[in-house]
Design a protein around this ligand. Structure first.
Ligand SMILES: Cc1cc2nc3c(=O)[nH]c(=O)nc-3n(C[C@H](O)[C@H](O)[C@H](O)COP(=O)(O)OP(=O)(O)OC[C@H]3O[C@@H](n4cnc5c(N)ncnc54)[C@H](O)[C@@H]3O)c2cc1C
Length: 401
């Protein structure tokens, strides 16, 4: 099965998967979530991440559905995992410079690969799944083929990449982003930083043979093959948290265009009440890597956008241009005579970069990026570690209901 048939890119599938998973979101999830049963057998987790990544369904919908069948304490573990996503998004949003640091370091590491053939050979072998470590090779191949890896496999893979293969973490994070359907600037960069011991300074994640053997139910047992220690990698200083941008509102007097993008394919909350003269979609962005991403990423996100258009941009007269970048957006805005563009908020990443470039054009219309109330409530709380953040979960949940 390829990636897009494993994860059909439409909301109906996402809702069906949610419905099928909800009965298992309570104590079953807590007991089974760490087991990686192998490709096509990830029944102990939800498999919702590609849909949540583009918000073809939202965190709020998932939490409401789970709380409809379980108490918050029975589903505590699952709820916490969903809030890990929110926490990482908030943490990076408050410190956008960490994404820039990662991108700069990645480019330097890739340049080093060009001049150091030993390093390049190890990197290529890791990406092709041609190392001496069977489990690592199997996960590399699963990722490349299906666009997904179980959370525990992501942790093991990243740990082996850094501490056993001795590769720099940034090209590993890039390998994930080039193949994961759920590839996300926040969860991925900060997940790799966490394994490397940069995110929680000094605390690393070491993949152990016994743990891999137990949680793959004996499919893998990489005895004597893994590093025995995981010394923390160094990282640049983390910038102080910045405030989130304040709330903005569309001006109803202005000639308005609506713009949908891959970071939020449920834009009803942003578009509600806007009297628009034109609608457009920003094409899937590739600016998260200097290399070539797997075609299934654009395949998934384009099809998911098309699916979302059927709900949020009815096939009428004026819709819907698919625009590649800031320059194409400018041409569209001028053609339509727009003085305002309303769009869902784009968190740190390539869509936000593209919108910033657009806004910097001379004569660009006003860009109104609408942030969800749930993000506005939760993201500013990501000032410290997850354990401080999670104390807020009961209040965040009661604000949902
Ligand atoms: C090195 C590394 C890189 C990662 N890169 C990404 C990434 O690019 N995109 C991404 O969405 N997740 C990433 N994760 C987190 C996690 O592995 C995936 O979210 C999860 O495996 C998705 O599978 P699922 O939907 O079946 O998860 P479930 O266990 O069913 O969890 C439900 C939802 O909660 C969220 N979630 C669960 N665990 C985490 C977590 N540890 N961090 C953040 N959110 C979580 C996801 O949105 C997920 O869909 C990464 C983890 C590691 C260790």
């Amino acid at each position: 099965m390829d990636a897009v048939s494993t994860f059909p890119p439409d909301r109906t599938t996402a809702l069906e998967r949610l419905q099928a998973f909800v009965p298992r979101a309570g104590r079953d999830y807590a007991a089974g979530r760490n087991f990686d049963h192998g490709p096509g057998r990830h029944e102990s987790v939800s498999g919702l991440s590609p849909y949540l990544r583009c918000r073809l369904i939202t965190e709020e919908e998932v939490l409401r559905a789970v709380l409809g069948q379980h108490s918050a304490s029975a589903a505590e573990k699952f709820i916490q995992e969903v809030y890990w996503r929110t926490y990482w998004k908030g943490w990076l949003e408050l410190r956008p410079g960490v994404w820039d640091q990662y991108q700069r370091a990645l480019r330097s590491r890739l340049d080093e690969m060009q001049t150091q053939s030993g390093l390049r050979d190890r990197w290529e072998a890791a990406c092709k799944g041609e190392t001496d470590i069977d489990c690592f090779n199997a996960w590399a191949q699963e990722l490349v083929t299906t666009g997904y890896l179980h959370n525990h496999a992501r942790m093991w893979f990243a740990s082996i990449w850094i501490f056993t293969l001795g590769l720099p973490w940034e090209p590993g994070a890039d390998f994930f982003l080039r193949h994961l359907l759920d590839g996300d600037p926040a969860s991925n960069t900060l997940g790799w930083r966490w394994v490397a011991g940069i995110q929680t300074p000094g605390k690393t994640y070491l993949a152990r043979t016994s743990n891999i053997s137990k949680f793959t139910e004996g499919r893998f047992h990489p005895k004597w093959q893994l590093a025995g220690e995981a010394p923390a990698r160094a990282g640049p200083p983390v910038p102080d948290p910045l405030p989130l941008p304040g709330p903005v509102r569309p001006d109803p007097a202005l000639r308005t265009g609506l713009l949908m993008h891959e970071d939020d394919l449920s834009p009803g909350y942003a578009f509600a009440g806007c009297d628009a003269v034109a609608r457009a979609v920003l094409a899937p962005q590739t600016g998260f890597t200097p290399l070539t991403p797997a075609p299934h990423i654009a395949g998934f996100r384009s099809a998911a956008s098309l699916d979302a258009q059927t709900r949020h941009m009815p096939a009428a007269d004026d819709c819907s241009d698919v625009l590649r970048d800031a320059e194409a957006l400018m041409i569209w805005a001028q053609k339509e005579g727009l003085s305002q563009i309303v769009t869902p908020f784009a968190p740190v990443g390539p869509v936000a970069d593209q919108l910033r470039r657009f806004a910097a054009h001379e004569g660009a219309p006003r860009v109104v990026t609408m942030m969800r109330a749930t993000d506005r409530a939760a993201w500013p709380l990501a000032t410290r570690g997850f354990f401080a953040f999670r104390k807020n979960i009961p209040d965040l949940l009661s604000a949902l209901t």
